[in-house]
Every structure is written in structure tokens, then in C-alpha cells.
Design a protein around this ligand. Structure first.
Ligand SMILES: [Zn+2]
Length: 438
């Protein structure tokens, strides 16, 4: 990423709602008292291979070690497979997992370790299908066992030693360890005790404030109280990642010098921005429908979350104004440089997902400015309208959102936005200025 953020990625993936279909694959996870993680797949009928729902890279081939003799994990056409070396059928296989942090581009980390030995494990990483994933498999029975004295937090419930549930959609993060969740007014929190004090204080004070801020403006009833996970691996690394899943918000720091970094104001401001972005995602969601579009439309939710983060910081923490203004200036040059030789729509295919944050913020800023000229709409109420439209009429993704914009601005303005997103810009900086032309 060209923008010098300490946050490498903040992922927000689609909440898949489709015709639910059982996967025919049972998932068993055992964490031994020797801290070894074993994963067993039990198939409903013998098959020659297992495929995975999520294939962000080829790291299963090195981080998953078959324990059952005669098995290999291979990759073909971007899809990882678990199969026997002799090609014969099987109905059960066990692999050993590497329980350390691994950054996965545009996906959630498989493990987010805590400094006291606890960890989050992301279940969506484990979802597998017989032969191939067709896209309609959506139910995985999961069992998990952890050593005596440890517990699991699954779907807001604490289980000692053993748990069983049916997992679905994008999966979830399950906490495994000895730390007790702390219930606050807004969340169930499991915060790494090893995090520096000012980060812990910020989590305690800022997250509830941000949740309150977004709840008032994007108003959504979660039903269940969300869980907040903050983990700190305190290892040699330079990565931080956060994300949201339904009723979960999580952040992980994979660094060993966090204690020094927190002395720096910019780092603390980046941290609050990071929190605000993730909390915004939590309130963007719809309980009823898939509202987002394809990855190449990610300017929609990533840009919106960043723009809302800017608005939240300016309102709740006015002392961050120079930081926010400076960031927007840097976003402009980052976006313009990125669009010199690609369209925003093609950024995802060119490995430039980062442009959806910077260009996306500028698009949402321009839209909000345009709303001001036309009436009462703002970035919050427009999102609410968009969500309702997606839920009631299935008009989701960028098209659905831009229809809401069109209804509240003008056809010419939406044409300008669309051309900015889809066409190669001869002069990206000028094009950005034009978006905000008065
Ligand atoms: Zn995000």
C-alpha cells in the first residue's frame, strides 16, 4: 500500500445469503494441551478430493500439514484441494494447522493470537466441500474441543472444553483461551491484557462512543450484543488487521514494538480511525439481504466506511481535525497516482484494492457535498435508503447505491461519478477536482 498506514488491510466481506445447502462435510477441531491444533474432515460419503470455499492464496499448502498418511494439499487454478496422493477415495482426513497469524489479502486471518496464549480462530477458513464448492453449500456442522481449563466463545456463548454448532455464511471468529469476556453496555469484549494501556483505554472509551455515534445515524438493531476482540501477538512483524463479521468486530496487532509506537500521536490517530472504520462496517450491514456488490465495487463500502470514519473523528474528536484533513489530502494524491494507468473498477483485478479506500472516500465526500446542494440527504441517511432498497427490491451494490444518489441529486452528477469509476482518466487529479466542482 502506498499510503503509509500501519493498517495493512481492513476487510469486510460479503454476508452471503443464498439457498442454504448442507455441505456434507463435518468439521472437527481439537486443540491439544500441547497446543497443537488438529482439524478433521468427516465426509458424508467417500470422495476423491476436498475443495475449500475460500482460497485467497496458496498458504494451506505450507501451513496445513496432513497427519493422515498419504495426503497432499495442492493448488490448481487458484483453488486449493486436499486429496490422497494415490487419487483414491476417502471419507476422513486430519491435518495439523499452524496457529500463528497469517495475513491473507482481502480475507480474515485464520488465527489471531493473544499474547497470553489465547487465540481467535476463523471458521470460514475451514469450510470445505466434496470435490468442488458450487457456491450453494452453506451449512457446516462444527465440533471443537479445547484443553481443560480453557474455553471457547461461540456466538456470544461461553463453552468449557467442548462445543458443537452449525456454522454458515462467512463463518465467524471463535475465541479459545482462558480470558473471560467482559460485558459492557455495547459489547462483549476480550481485549488482550498485553496491549499498551492507551490502546486498552481507547478500546474501552472510544469503541462505545463510536458505536453510539453510528447507531444513532445508521440505526440498526443487532439483536445480539456484538463481540469485540482485540489481540496482540507481540511477535516480529509489521502487520495489523481488523475486520467485522455479523455481531463481531476484531482487531489484531502483529507487531513487537507497539509499546514504542503508542507514544506517537499519528499512531494513536490511525488507531482511532481504524476503530471508526470497523465500527462503521458493523452498522452498514443489513440483517436481511446482501447489499454489497462485487469486489470491484468496493469503493462503495470501504470508501463509505473511511468517509464515515472521517466524519466520526471530526465530530467526536475535534482535536484530530488536522490529522483528518491531512489524510484526505494524502488520499487525493494516492488515488490520483493510482488511477494514472487503471480504472477504479479494474483496481481489484490489478491488486490495487487500496484504491477503494482512498478514491472511495473521495467519491463519498463528493456525494455528500452534492447532497448538501440538493436537500436534506447525507451519507448516513442515503446508506439507510440504499439498504432499504436492497432489502425490499434487491437493488444492491454500486447500482443500487447510485440510484439512491440519483434520486437525491441529478442524473448528470451520477453520470460524472460513474465515468470516474469506470473510465480511464487522462488526468485523475483534475477528474477528482471535477467531482467536487461547485
Ligand atoms: Zn473496511
Amino acid at each position: 500500500m502506498n499510503v503509509k498506514e500501519y493498517i495493512t488491510t481492513a476487510v469486510f466481506l460479503m454476508f452471503f445469503i443464498g439457498a442454504a445447502s448442507a455441505s456434507q462435510v463435518n468439521i472437527g477441531i481439537i486443540k491439544s494441551k500441547e497446543q497443537e491444533w488438529r482439524l478433521t474432515y468427516q465426509l458424508s460419503a467417500p470422495a476423491t478430493k476436498l475443495a475449500f470455499v475460500r482460497n485467497p492464496d496458496d498458504s494451506r499448502t505450507t501451513r496445513w500439514l496432513p497427519v493422515t498418511p498419504g495426503f497432499t494439499i495442492s493448488i490448481a487454478d487458484g483453488q486449493e484441494y486436499l486429496q490422497r496422493d494415490d487419487g483414491a477415495r476417502f471419507d476422513s482426513v486430519t491435518v495439523r494447522l499452524t496457529p500463528t497469524y497469517k495475513h491473507l489479502s482481502k480475507d480474515y486471518a485464520p488465527f489471531s493470537p493473544y499474547s497470553d496464549g489465547g487465540t481467535l480462530i476463523y471458521t470460514g477458513r475451514l469450510f470445505a466441500c466434496i470435490n468442488t464448492c458450487e457456491g450453494n453449500e452453506n451449512q457446516w456442522p462444527v465440533t471443537m474441543q479445547v484443553p481443560k481449563g480453557e474455553h471457547m466463545l461461540v456466538n456470544g456463548k461461553l463453552y468449557p472444553e467442548e462445543a458443537a454448532w452449525v456454522d454458515s455464511n462467512d463463518g465467524m471468529n471463535v475465541y479459545v483461551g482462558i480470558q473471560q469476556p467482559v460485558e459492557t453496555e455495547n459489547v462483549w469484549a476480550i481485549i488482550d491484557a498485553g496491549l499498551p494501556d492507551n490502546i486498552k483505554q481507547s478500546l474501552d472509551a472510544d469503541i462505545p462512543e463510536l458505536m453510539h455515534y453510528f447507531e444513532q445515524r445508521l440505526g440498526i438493531n443487532h439483536g445480539q450484543k456484538p463481540a469485540l476482540f482485540a489481540s496482540y501477538a507481540n511477535v516480529d512483524g509489521h502487520s495489523s488487521q481488523g475486520g467485522t463479521l455479523p455481531n463481531q468486530i476484531f482487531m489484531h496487532w502483529n507487531l513487537n514494538d507497539l509499546g514504542d509506537k503508542v507514544a506517537d500521536d499519528t499512531f494513536l490517530n490511525n488507531t482511532i480511525w481504524f476503530f471508526a472504520h470497523e465500527v462503521a462496517h458493523l452498522y452498514q450491514r443489513s440483517k436481511k439481504a446482501e447489499i454489497l456488490g462485487s469486489p470491484n465495487e468496493s469503493w462503495l463500502h470501504e470508501g463509505h466506511a473511511d468517509w464515515l470514519a472521517a466524519k466520526a473523528l471530526l465530530t467526536l474528536y475535534p482535536q484530530t481535525t488536522p490529522y483528518v484533513e491531512n489524510k484526505i489530502v494524502r488520499f487525493k494524491s494516492h488515488c490520483a497516482a493510482g488511477l494514472e494507468n487503471m480504472t477504479l473498477r479494474s483496481a481489484a483485478d490489478n491488486g490495487r484494492f487500496d484504491l477503494y479506500y482512498t478514491c472511495g472516500l473521495l467519491i463519498h465526500q463528493a456525494i455528500e457535498e452534492e447532497f448538501k446542494k440538493h436537500g436534506n440527504k447525507d451519507s448516513f441517511s442515503a446508506w439507510d435508503d440504499f439498504r432499504t432498497l436492497a432489502e425490499k427490491q434487491g437493488e444492491h451494490g454500486a447500482t443500487g447505491f447510485l440510484n439512491v444518489v440519483k434520486a437525491n441529486t441529478s442524473e448528470a452528477f451520477v453520470a460524472k461519478i460513474t465515468s470516474f469509476i469506470t473510465e480511464q482518466q487522462e488526468n485523475p487529479l483534475q477528474a477528482l477536482d471535477l467531482l467536487n466542482a461547485r
